[in-house]
Unconditional design. Sequence first.
Length: 358
Amino acid sequence: MIRCERVGWEIEGKTVLDDISLTVGQGEVLGLIGPSGSGKSSLIRIMDLLVTPTSGRLWIDSTEVTAGRVDLVGLRRRMGIVFHRPAVFSGDVRRNVSIGLGLRGIRGDDARLLVEETLEMVGLAGFGPRRASSLSGGELQRVAIARSLVTRPTVLFLDEPTANLDPLSTRVVEDVVRKARSDLGTTIVMATHDLDQGQRLCDRLAVMAAGRLVQVGSPPEIFYRPGTSEVARFVGAGNLVEGTVERMDRGVAFVRTTGGLLAVAVHAPVSGTVTVAIRPEEIVLSRGPAGPAGSPNHLSCRVTGVDTDGPLVRVHLDCGFPLIALVRRLTFVALALEPGQEVSAAFDPNGAHLIARA
């Protein structure tokens, strides 16, 4: 559907995108994630043909856009884009949604039917006569999505579509995205800061940092098998422990660290110095001894700090190296955790991932 080959973009001497090679499949939902300023929005604008790259090649289906002599208007009419701040035009909802149809010469009963079908799809049936300026933020965002979907685009680009919405409105917009994919077969490329949203909606995630593409994979691959320490920190696997592989045994690497021996399940033999990435929610805390001396993944720790993370509690530990465990509030209360307390921490070998060090 879309293919970028070594795409780059410079503006006023600054490199915004550098050597991006990426393919988006027909009917796929691809998520772009990464820190602010990593280039997600810029890449969307290039794929949506709003910006011309300064290097590399870009294809839409079999048409090479960067080759010149291309009907860009015709290609753009197959696309839709929604930004995180919805644009609102004067007049009612029906007029807002039908603008793209008018530009394509679709009017009368045909346009009216498409508008009604699309408003129903986004959960705004009956909203046509309402003044657009009177709607809530979540409703306006759905109007913006309807305005893009009413033309039945082949691909829809979403740039932080729920960044300014409350949790309930976010869920409604996510349902609309699912319907666009299931009912219309729309290919969707979305940039998001919401990592949970990326896991809920996307077939694949592309992680960007400083204008470069650093890892592409399914949500489980990105979140549980990060390719670099940078990616691990961004996706929440922030427990990064340095060590050296001591031995391999039946698909498990035993890593010597300053806090003891750690066992990590691996998919291929590994050796030398490594970083062990452990997700905080994989760590189980308990009172009492940590198990047999030298037992891997059973660590004696001291609580150094506690802070809340929504319905969960983030417990900071000293295990010979710093470690963070994420536990349910009921577990936190039952263990009566507080700074200075001695606890044991354990995790399954499959709950960690090895990152080779260059």
